[in-house]
Design a protein around this ligand. Structure first.
Ligand code: ZN
Length: 314
């Protein structure tokens, strides 16, 4: 907007007179009000150009009119600008839950994944630990459980974790008909989306049960693991934590289950051990950032290890 439009025409002269008298000069020609600015208190500063008739020397001179004095002289637009200037724009605070960019080709990443939940007895505790530790994690939710505890799925999602699909009722998909495989996946996607407003983009087959028929019908990238904790079998942190530390390597995906208290209760120790070993803990999408995951393809880790997927061009 031209600056002059900020001031009611009948009051422009008053500004000119103020400006001129403030510099102790009388001039016959009215000033053109072309350089007006509000500060964040709403005061109006009028800067006089060097060529203004009141100035015989060079340089700029300015006059500041207090906010309350200038207020009655302002047009409707002028008042809006004055009000806006008093509320300076603040940059939005970055969302700490937003996906951090981690370059897992350079940093030693590992993705913790938790299957078979959500479970009301254990998942809330795990969420608190993960959030406190500030690490990424991925939950492969069973659709039936997600449908029963949508608030837990929403909490996982809202805290910035990834929620994947672990089928509706945890069958071995190889034993189902193609239509039943599709149904297991779709029902779960619907339940998760109902809770989070976002449809899962990754799935994990129960028991790692995959064959050609399953691959052709899941319609989503299939996420395996490279570190099998066997937490469900040993139920003993003195066994599964060393098992994880023995198998982990950069780009690893770690398989655990958030339905077991013996797993959940010792994740703080596990996270500390992994971080001490130099690992950055990320979600599965962060782990595979830059890799275009394809439906029906299997992904067990990132990098050049056996069964792993390297970055394009590496
Ligand atoms: Zn499972």
């Amino acid at each position: 907007m031209p600056s002059a439009e900020l001031v009611i025409p009948g009051h422009r002269g008053q500004l000119s007179i103020l400006a001129q008298s403030s510099h102790g000069v009388n001039a016959t020609a009215p000033l053109s009000l072309t350089d007006l600015a509000f500060d964040d208190a709403g005061n109006l500063t009028l800067t006089l150009p060097a060529a203004a008739p009141i100035l015989s020397d060079t340089g700029y001179r300015s006059l500041t009119v207090p906010a309350a004095t200038v207020r009655p002289w302002l047009t409707v637009l002028g008042r809006r600008v004055q009000d806006g200037a008093a509320r300076p724009w603040k940059p939005p605070t970055p969302d700490p839950k937003a996906l951090r960019h981690v370059n897992c080709d350079i940093v030693a990443c590992a993705a913790l994944t938790y299957d078979d939940g959500p479970a009301q007895a254990t998942t809330p505790r795990l969420l608190t630990m993960l959030e406190k530790a500030g690490v990424g994690a991925t939950f492969f939710a069973v659709g039936g459980a997600a449908n029963y505890s949508p608030q837990l799925v929403k909490a996982e999602h809202d805290a910035g974790f990834t929620v994947g699909n672990h089928t509706w009722s945890h069958p071995d998909l190889r034993r189902l008909s193609p239509g039943a495989v599709v149904d297991q996946i779709q029902r779960t996607n619907i339940a998760v989306k109902a809770a989070t407003r976002e449809e899962p983009t990754l799935m994990r087959p129960p028991f790692g049960g995959v064959d050609q028929m399953v691959r052709q019908n899941v319609g989503m990238p299939i996420i395996f693991w490279s570190v099998d904790s066997l937490d469900w079998l040993t139920r003993d942190p003195a066994k599964y934590i060393p098992a994880i530390m023995r198998q982990v390597s950069p780009g690893a995906i770690v398989l655990e289950h958030d339905i077991h208290a013996t797993t959940v209760d010792h994740q703080v120790e596990l996270i500390a051990d992994l971080q001490r070993a130099g690992y950055t803990l990320v979600t599965v999408p962060q782990l595979f950032s830059g890799i275009d995951l394809q439906p029906g393809q299997m992904y067990g880790c990132r990098g050049h290890g056996r069964g792993c997927t390297p970055s394009p061009g590496r």
